[in-house]
Ligand binder design. Sequence first.
Ligand SMILES: [Mg+2]
Length: 258
Amino acid sequence: MKVFVLFVAIAVAAWQCHGSDHGHEYQIFPLRMKTGHGGHYIPEVSCQSWRLGVEAHNVIDWKTVPLDCEGYIGNYILGDQYRSDSKTVAREAYYYAKTLNITAKDIWVFDVDETTLSNLPYYADHGFGVEPYNATAFNEWVDLGEAPALPESQKLYKKLLSLGIKIVFLTGRPLEQKAVTVTNLKLAGYNKWEKIITKDTSIYHGKTAVTYKSTERKKLEEQGYKIIGNIGDQWSDILGTNTGDRTFKLPDPLYYIS
Ligand SMILES: [Mg+2]
């Protein structure tokens, strides 16, 4: 019996070795995911591709999440993958920050929505980005001041503070929502910052987020600050000018701001 078991074990080991040593023998393409009956579209796979396109900034200027992807995006954003993706970003940001020699003028720019605070309770009630943006409904939610923290960003925030880095919040929220944003940030556990910059719509009306944020970052640098890091969920948080020494893009398949 022992001899037989040994024989089987050797045979299995030899087979596995053969497989890994001669990868070219595998038929890669026949292993691809099935693409549905007679076609090349199944929602789960197509929605993953769409999300990747969004995160890589190949898909731009989109208005709403594709209708077929509501379930997929809902599962993604409420599930472990979104948290894991966010954790990876925050961890890389911290590893980078740890390598720096911090001075008193070093700042890290944080966006607010879907970066510092999470509007998931709102989006869970509004189709996870499938519904067209409703400013009235969204502002009512913001004005409640109840948005929870995005846990991974909050950990990063605390670690950056412990390294002696100053935090600047730069948000597209208008001046009129500054007070409620401050209240919300404190409620969510953010208690220390160098500045919080909200958008003066009398200056930036009709301007893109890229222009607004670039201009405000430039002002910070003119005040003597050095932007060593910059994190946001939108590409418009990290594109443009004066973007900082390094940028970090958090996932956000819910909406697009140019
Ligand atoms: Mg944001």
